[in-house]
Design a protein around this ligand. Sequence first.
Ligand code: SF4
Length: 286
Amino acid sequence: MEQDKSQKEIVIAKSAGFCYGVKRAINKVEEKVKIAPTYTTAPIVHNDKTNQELKRKGLYFVDSIEEVPKGASIVVRAHGIPKNMIKEYINKGLNIVDATCPNVKKIHNIVEEYSQKGYEIVIIGDKEHAEVKGIIGWIEGKYDIVSSTNDIKKYEKACIVTQTTVNVELAKNLIEEVKNNAMESVVFNTACMATYERQNEAVKIAKSVDTFIVIGDEKSANSCRLYEITKERCNNTYFIKDENDLKNINIVGEKIGITAGASTSKSTIDAVVLELRGKQEAMKSL
Ligand code: SF4
């Protein structure tokens, strides 16, 4: 964690902002748009500002692959996509830019292998999330999605995996519960380290500040998790998209903590910090 020197009351999490998988995906897109027409049928990451930036750099956003010309490049986003979509891209003669995060790809490989071995795949995660929908597309057989204890059934042979951005503490309990309800089980805790470290650091800071701010997009699962877990530690926790939302929040106390989701750009974080400092300077001069 990094102490802001000029304004000691603002503590910015070191892990705030782009994670390794998002950086990798953005780099791939930025490199590709320079040399070839490049398309995507879905947001590259769950952050509108970041996607708009890629659009400005030349990435084409379309609704379906029918709109992508044969021979053009198409991006597979960091959250990954189902296997049949990859096949569809290949059949259409598209050049695939695979930006699936390696942590997500690892889950695809696990669920494909274990479903072929006859295991029922139990995904601890959110059934509406793009990553989970992508994972389902690699399963060859039965599966179940568990986001609370109410979802847990009885399993014969369960292969348990977690969405990469799960609430790590919650997932631990759910994994135990699923194991207790399975005659046989194998567990792959596939929460990614970036998520784990980010949550840990955010919790530590949230416990020590008067106001805590999470910067992210409401569609970003990892940003929402950060908000949920820090709100439990610091009552005055706020979820904002960018510096414009600061006017809607009530900053109390002497010390402000900040973190940001894995798809929040550094420029957005910097703009929030700058705006906060500006606010403080304005207060001082009153
Ligand atoms: S949060 Fe983790 S799994 Fe998701 S893109 Fe980042 S590094 Fe990959």
